[in-house]
Design a protein around this ligand. Structure first.
Ligand SMILES: [Zn+2]
Length: 499
C-alpha cells in the first residue's frame, strides 16, 4: 500500500507543470542512454576491466569521453581527465629447483618464491629461529650467528603464532633483516594451518600493488618451503649447503588511471567547496584472474553490478548536474584498483587533485548486487548527516532506503568511501537495494555471470536518478553534513575542517 501511494505521488508530481519546472534534468534521464553505458562498461570486449590491462584503460577512456561530452572540465590546474597511477605487477615464477644435500626440492610442490630475481648459487645453510629480533634486542634470533654469504633458514610467523596472517605480516621484516645481516637467500619453513597447496597458489600467483615511490624492492631471494612436510624440513635444516637454481619473479610497471571531471558550482560564495561523487570502474579480469569458477562459454568477469552499475549512476549525475548546476562544485572521480584493496581511492586520497578540506561530502556509488528493487541500500546512512536528503531523493523516484544492511559484513570499511571517511569527510556508499548477503547476491557477486544481460534497467534508471538528486540536494545544503557525534571518524573530521 505504501508503495502504491509513493507511485501515485510520483505520477502526480511528474504531471504537475508548476513542479516540473523546478525538477532537474535527472527527472528526464533516458533508460536507453544508461543501458548503453552499462553495455559498454560491462562488455566482453573490456575483458573484466582488470587494473592495468587494456580493457581497464579503455573503460577509463570511455568515462573520460563521457565527461567531455557532458561538459565537465578537467579539475582546475589539470591538463586532462586522467590521474596516472602506476602499479607494480609481480609475475608468477614458472620453474626452479632447490637442492638440499641429496634431496631435490621441487618448485610449487615443496617450495615457492615470494620475491627475488633469477638466482644460481650454492651456499652454506644457517638456521636462525624465527629470523627476527625485538627492538630492545632482548631476544635476537641472529645472536652469535654469522650469516654473511649464507642461506638463512627460519620458521614462518612468530613464536606465539604461526597463522597465515602472521606469516604474511612478518615476511617483509624477516627479508629486510636477513638482507641487512648479509645473507644471500632466506627460506621460511611454512607451518600455518592453511593447507600448503592453497597458500602456495595464492602467494606464488601474479600480484598487483601500488608501485613504491622510491623503495627499491629487496632483491634477496625469499622462499617459503612446505614446513609441514618432514622430508622438506629435514633436508633444509640438516643440509650443509643448498643449491638454488630458479628463474625468479619478474616485476613490471603497469599504468592505470583514476578519471576525474569537474563542474563548477553556481553559487559564488559556496563554489569553492565541493562534493565528491565517486565509483570504482575496475573489476577482476578474465579466467583464472577472477579467482572464481568459470567456463569456456563464460570466462569473462564482466562486473556489471560490480561496478558498471555504480559508474553508470555517476555518469548520470555528471550529465544532469552539468546541465543544471548545484550551488557547490562537484568533483567526479572514477577509481581504479578497488578490487586490489581500494588502491586507486587510497592513492587519490593521499594525492588529491583538490584540497580535501574543501570537500564537504563523498557519495560513493558501489553496487555489490541487489535483491530488492523497491529500495536503495546506503552504507553509513545514519552516520554521515545527510540521511534526510538521501531519503528524499530515493522517495522522489519511488524507492525506499535501507540503512546499513548486512552489518556483520562491515561494508562501510570495505569500500572506497573509507579512504575519505578516515580523512574526516562524511562518506557513505550508495548501493543498489539489498538487505542481506543472500544467495541472490552471492549468485552474481564476483562471478562470471554478473553480465549486462542480467540487469534490471528500469531499476538502474531509478537508482541513477535517486543518486543524482541526492547529490544535488547535498551540494545545495546551507550547511555541510556532519558525522554523528561520537562516530569513529568524527575526530579526523574536526582536524580536517577545523570545526
Ligand atoms: Zn568487487
Amino acid at each position: 500500500m505504501k508503495h502504491l501511494i509513493s507511485v501515485l505521488t510520483i505520477v502526480l508530481v511528474n504531471f504537475s507543470p508548476a513542479l516540473k519546472a523546478q525538477q532537474g534534468p535527472e527527472y528526464s534521464l533516458k533508460k536507453e542512454e544508461l543501458e548503453a553505458h552499462m553495455r559498454i562498461l560491462a562488455s566482453d570486449e573490456l575483458e573484466g576491466r582488470r587494473t592495468g590491462e587494456q580493457g581497464n584503460r579503455v573503460a577509463a577512456r570511455y568515462i573520460a569521453e563521457q565527461f567531455r561530452r557532458y561538459g565537465l572540465s578537467p579539475v582546475p590546474g589539470q591538463k586532462d581527465y586522467y590521474q596516472p597511477v602506476w602499479f607494480e605487477k609481480t609475475l608468477a615464477e614458472k620453474k626452479g629447483v632447490l637442492t638440499a644435500g641429496a634431496e631435490r626440492l621441487e618448485h610449487e610442490k615443496d617450495w615457492i618464491l615470494l620475491s627475488g630475481e633469477k638466482t644460481e648459487l650454492t651456499a652454506p645453510v644457517v638456521y636462525a629461529g624465527y629470523g627476527l629480533e625485538d627492538a630492545s634486542k632482548k631476544w635476537d634470533d641472529y645472536k652469535g650467528l654469522d650469516v654473511k654469504g649464507k642461506i638463512v633458514v627460519v620458521q614462518s610467523g612468530l613464536p606465539e603464532s604461526q597463522s597465515p596472517r602472521e606469516s604474511i605480516a612478518t615476511a617483509g621484516q624477516k627479508r629486510k633483516l636477513a638482507a641487512e645481516k648479509g645473507a644471500v637467500a632466506l627460506v621460511e619453513l611454512y607451518n600455518a594451518s592453511t593447507p600448503w597447496n592453497f597458500i602456495a597458489r595464492f602467494m606464488a600467483g601474479e600480484r598487483l600493488g601500488i608501485a613504491p615511490e622510491n623503495a627499491a624492492p629487496s632483491s634477496l631471494p625469499h622462499f617459503w618451503a612446505n614446513g609441514k612436510e618432514a622430508r622438506v624440513t629435514r633436508a633444509l635444516r640438516d643440509a650443509k649447503q643448498v643449491t638454488i637454481s630458479n628463474e625468479g619473479r619478474s616485476i613490471r610497471q603497469v599504468l592505470s588511471y583514476n578519471v576525474a571531471g569537474y563542474i563548477e558550482g553556481s553559487d559564488p560564495r559556496l563554489k569553492d567547496q565541493y562534493i565528491l561523487l565517486s565509483a570504482h570502474y575496475d573489476h577482476v579480469g578474465v579466467g583464472a584472474q577472477g579467482g572464481q569458477p568459470y567456463t569456456p562459454e563464460d570466462s569473462i568477469f564482466n562486473g556489471a553490478r560490480d561496478n558498471a552499475f555504480g559508474v553508470t549512476g555517476m555518469l548520470a549525475a555528471a550529465k544532469s548536474l552539468a546541465e543544471s548546476k548545484p550551488k557547490r562544485s562537484v568533483l567526479f572521480v572514477a577509481f581504479t584498483g578497488e578490487e586490489l584493496g581500494l588502491l586507486g581511492s587510497r592513492y587519490y586520497a593521499d594525492l588529491p587533485l583538490l584540497p580535501l578540506s574543501k570537500c564537504i561530502f563523498n557519495l560513493n556509488s558501489d553496487g555489490a548486487g541487489y535483491n530488492d528493487t523497491s529500495v536503495l541500500a546506503v552504507i553509513g546512512l545514519k552516520r554521515t548527516g545527510a540521511s534526510k536528503q538521501i531519503e528524499e531523493a530515493a522517495g522522489a523516484f519511488g524507492l525506499g532506503v535501507v540503512g546499513d544492511p548486512a552489518e556483520e559484513q562491515n561494508l562501510f570499511d570495505r569500500s572506497d568511501n573509507v579512504n575519505f571517511a578516515s580523512k574526516g569527510i562524511p562518506a557513505p556508499t550508495f548501493s543498489a537495494g539489498f538487505r542481506d548477503f543472500d544467495t541472490e547476491i552471492m549468485k552474481y557477486y564476483h562471478q562470471a555471470i554478473d553480465n549486462p544481460e542480467t540487469i534490471d534497467y528500469d531499476y538502474l534508471l531509478r537508482y541513477s536518478q535517486a543518486y543524482t538528486l541526492a547529490a544535488r540536494l547535498i551540494a545545495n545544503l546551507a550547511d555541510p553534513p556532519k558525522w554523528v557525534a561520537g562516530d569513529k571518524y568524527e575526530q579526523a573530521s574536526k582536524e580536517l575542517y577545523g570545526y
